[in-house]
Write a protein of this length. Structure first.
Lengths: 335, 291, 242
């Protein structure tokens, strides 16, 4: 029972969230979480289900963001039109890339995505007449309140989860997984692996591009370093995917929540807790530690990558049984 | 014409160092079957070791080689033993988790360096840093030439090691067929640990020799990792001779690009070459020699 | 023109000629055995038919149409299924999901695919292993799963690559029964096999190959008694004794 109603209860809670919580900081965090749900779902589709690991999701994210931003700046069209356009532009990047690069297998494909990430960032930096180069793109946000953004982000996140859920239970899903498990076998049972990898990549790129244009609209400012960032976007996308659970429908949602929380904890020094401890005690070393921790979010990402791959390779959702066992192992479980 | 020759010279000299970077990467690629995306970051660590030795102890960068290389050897051993070898036993849905692990390692190395040394640019300025000599109208940087010669020496030493010593033969055996080597009684895990150590110390040599003429900051690792994988792909994965050609090709391409297209395209040129080679010459230059 | 035809096909790997001007004809409804010593090119022939490798020279025809040059998945779509000598199950899927995945090829809806998968599982006797992950299956069942997965694509021609290797005598018996059942259901079979007992009992025709070319073709008894086959297989000594 719980299994069937869980998602709807969750959706209900999320719809009610901004009505209950009026603190704009927490609303902001939730918008980020929902955005990452979309990116993580996209990554999970191409890497987790289809087994084609992408190290360059920022290429799609950034393309989506620039599509939305430039539409407003250059053509004066409302950047909300850019939402759809962002997704489509990401496909426009993904399609030729996949077309040529899917003949590469395994780690070489991963390297190619990494190269795509870098190439896109260079293009955005060098093509100043279009993108404004290092200066970036600035637009005036449509809303002052965070609530409209919240609901749009929620819609995008829900769309992502629904897409993944539908896809993995259909013929496509089985085809994707068979490509991950054994490409030769997949071909031998009549699956056009190149074609299905393209579908998976384009779907993933669309969701990621959508998230990118949401980011543009919400933040109002982007530059190549931010939206084509290897660490803050591409690696974060991988972490969201793995921490939550590779190849699970709700894994990226869990992962997005955990990862946004983790990076906030570091960025703010335990939500300002350390600052107040430092003030209260007046100990200079605590202040120093606090400052270090605030700067440590990339380090924490790196450490997380290492720890998660070693100990939790299938994520919180995927390794749930293992987690439960290791937590409960000290107690006797009545059976 | 002079400009052209000058560019070629600069490119080839730089290519010698790149070859050294590529050799370490290729060795790791051959034995472990993975792409080490922390390679440039390891080089960055070696550069900081050199920097510290010069700045606090007054040790000349070239004399720092016997210190920086063993340091990096140990770092490589640690990484392989503690982080990469245990990964073989982890059951994971996601393929490429080893490559991802090296990305994580690279991030940690960079950030730790940032903690210790901050993001500021550092450099090692020696008396010969800017020294040049001329042949005709073409200028040669003394430090670059020394680095080039040293790179050749290291390469020769590596080949001697791989071809003539038992350990070297074991490494080649694992690289050709890990399972068969295992059956022949070679301890593959140990070989992997040693190989990672050697790969790390080769890139350390490159980093240390680059110090007199280059600058240093924590994020320098990323670009060099990218260069390393471009070189490896250019040369044909796992091919040691290929890595040398790959290194020199990249050096030349960057130099020519910087002279005739523009400095800001330097990084792009490597990446575009990488994509082109992946697509049109899978197997790299190795493919051309073995028809 | 025969139902299935390999016409003067060549394939080289580096300097080695793996398949060297091979020709073979298979009639519809036969079990066609392919025998030969290790490294004689049997699996390579399958990989050429299957489109895994392109042929260097020559052509392959199925139902009167050329299939060489097509991609693997297109050939599968034309109605040629195969198993792998070294089994390649979709490891982290259950037996049922493995078969369901290939059942999608000939069905329009998931419902139909599930029905076809059920049918195939029954046909191959894999019911006890239905919900097990493919990586957890014992070897005999994995071999069976290879066949089931190929059958779910509703092939007209099935290529079986050493499906009997590594099985114990009772499992062998079951494998032979299954292969005959497949033939009786109207599927033409080409089988590569090392175990003489198996191939001699089930084949309608046998082709012996060595060094990538055909030596003899005939009925099992004809082939088994042919001196070239005996010497290729068992060496000159055995021939002298016999």
């Amino acid at each position: 029972m719980k299994k069937h109603y869980g998602p709807f209860i969750l959706l209900g809670v999320l719809i009610a969230f901004p009505l209950v919580v009026s603190d704009s900081y927490y609303r902001h965090l939730m918008i980020l979480v929902l955005m990452w749900v979309a990116i993580g779902s996209g990554w999970n589709l191409i890497a987790g289900y289809t087994g084609q690991v992408s190290f360059g999701d920022a290429a799609f994210f950034g393309t989506g963001a620039y599509a939305a931003g430039l539409l407003t700046v250059k053509l004066g069209v409302s950047s909300w039109w850019g939402l759809g356009l962002g997704g489509l532009m990401a496909i426009a990047v993904a399609f030729p890339f996949g077309w040529v690069c899917f003949r590469l297998r395994g780690a070489y494909f991963a390297l190619a995505t990494l190269a795509l990430n870098e190439v896109m960032r260079h293009i955005a930096t060098i093509w100043e007449s279009l993108t404004g180069g290092m200066v970036g793109v600035l637009i005036t946000p449509s809303f002052v309140s965070k609530v409209p953004y919240y609901y749009i982000a929620l819609a995008i996140a829900a769309l992502s989860i629904t897409t993944i859920h539908t896809v993995v239970n259909s013929r496509w899903g089985y085809y994707f997984i068979s490509i991950r498990e054994d490409q030769d076998t997949a071909e031998s049972i009549g699956i056009n692996t190149h074609y299905y990898k393209m579908i998976s990549l384009c779907l993933a790129a669309f969701l990621t591009g959508l998230a990118g244009s949401l980011y543009m609209n919400y933040m109002g400012f982007i530059d190549p370093q931010v939206v084509f960032s290897l660490h803050d976007i591409s690696i974060m996308a991988i972490l969201v995917g793995i921490v939550g659970g590779v190849s699970t429908v709700y894994g990226p949602a869990m992962g997005a929540f955990i990862m946004v929380a983790v990076s906030e904890v570091f960025r703010t020094g335990g939500f300002g807790l350390l600052d107040s401890v430092a003030k209260a005690t007046g100990q200079p070393w605590i202040i120093i530690v606090t400052n270090y921790i605030k700067e440590a979010h990339v380090l924490s990402f790196g450490l997380l990558v290492i720890i998660v791959i070693l100990f939790l390779p299938n994520g919180v959702v995927g390794d749930w049984e293992k987690l439960k066992r290791s937590i409960l192992s000290r107690r006797t479980i009545p059976t | 014409m002079d400009v052209f020759i000058q560019t070629l010279v600069a490119g080839i000299l730089k290519g010698g160092l790149y070859a050294l970077i590529g050799l370490g990467m290729t060795l790791i690629m051959g034995v472990m079957g993975i792409i080490n995306l922390a390679h440039g970051q390891m080089m960055m660590v070696a550069m900081y070791v050199t920097f510290v030795l010069f700045h606090y102890f007054g040790i000349d960068p070239y004399l720092a080689l016997p210190i920086s290389m063993p340091c990096l050897f140990l770092l490589g051993v640690f990484i392989q033993k503690v982080l990469l070898n245990p990964l073989m036993k982890v059951e994971s849905i996601l393929p490429e988790n080893q490559v991802l692990m090296t990305v994580g390692i690279g991030m940690v190395l960079t950030e730790v360096a940032r903690f210790i040394f901050s993001s500021n640019y550092q450099s090692v300025r020696t008396s010969y840093s800017t020294a040049t000599f001329f042949i005709g109208n073409i200028s040669f940087s003394v430090a670059m030439c020394l680095a080039f010669v040293a790179a050749i020496l290291f390469t020769v030493a590596l080949f001697w090691f791989l071809l003539k010593t038992d350990l070297g033969r074991s490494i080649r055996a694992v690289s050709q067929d890990g399972e068969a080597a295992l059956l022949m009684g070679i301890d593959a895990e140990r070989i992997k640990i040693i190989t990672m150590g050697i790969g790390a110390s080769l890139v350390a040599a490159a980093g240390t020799m680059l110090m007199p003429i280059y600058y240093l900051f924590p994020d320098i690792g990323g670009p060099f990792t990218r260069k390393a994988f471009v070189i490896t792909i250019l040369g044909g994965l796992g091919s040691t001779v290929g890595a040398i050609f790959g290194g020199i090709t990249l050096g030349l391409a960057e130099a020519l690009g910087a002279t005739y297209i523009g400095m800001e395209y330097e990084d792009m040129i490597g990446l575009i070459m990488f994509l082109l080679v992946l697509l049109f010459l899978p197997g790299g230059f190795k493919r051309l020699t073995k028809v | 023109m025969a139902y299935f035809e390999v016409n003067n096909v060549f394939k080289r790997f580096g300097g080695v000629a793996a398949v060297n001007g091979l020709t073979l004809h298979v009639e519809q409804g036969q079990i066609f055995g392919l025998i030969g010593p290790n490294g004689s090119g049997k699996t390579t022939i399958f990989n050429l038919i299957n489109g895994y490798f392109p042929v260097d020279k020559g052509a392959i025809f199925f139902e009167g149409k050329q299939i060489s040059g097509l991609k693997t998945h297109q050939i599968s779509r034309r109605g040629i299924g195969r198993t792998f000598q070294i089994v390649k199950p979709l490891k982290r899927m259950t037996t049922f999901e493995n078969i369901l995945t290939s059942a999608f090829l000939r069905t329009a809806t998931r419902r139909e695919a599930e029905d076809l998968a059920e049918e195939t599982i029954d046909f191959c006797g894999l019911n006890p292993h239905r919900e097990k992950l493919a990586q957890a299956l014992p070897i005999a069942s994995r071999k069976r799963l290879e066949i089931a997965r190929a059958l779910a694509t509703k092939p007209k021609l099935l290529l079986l690559d050493e499906t009997a290797a590594g099985l114990n005598p009772s499992e062998l018996e079951e494998a032979v029964t299954l292969i005959k059942k497949v033939r009786d259901s109207g599927v033409t079979v080409i089988i590569v096999e090392h175990i003489m007992k198996v191939i001699m009992t089930i084949s309608d025709r046998i082709l012996a190959v060595n060094m990538g070319r055909a030596i003899v073709e005939g009925s099992p008894t004809e082939v088994a008694s042919h001196p070239d086959v005996i010497s290729a297989y068992l060496g000159e000594d055995y021939r002298a004794q016999g």
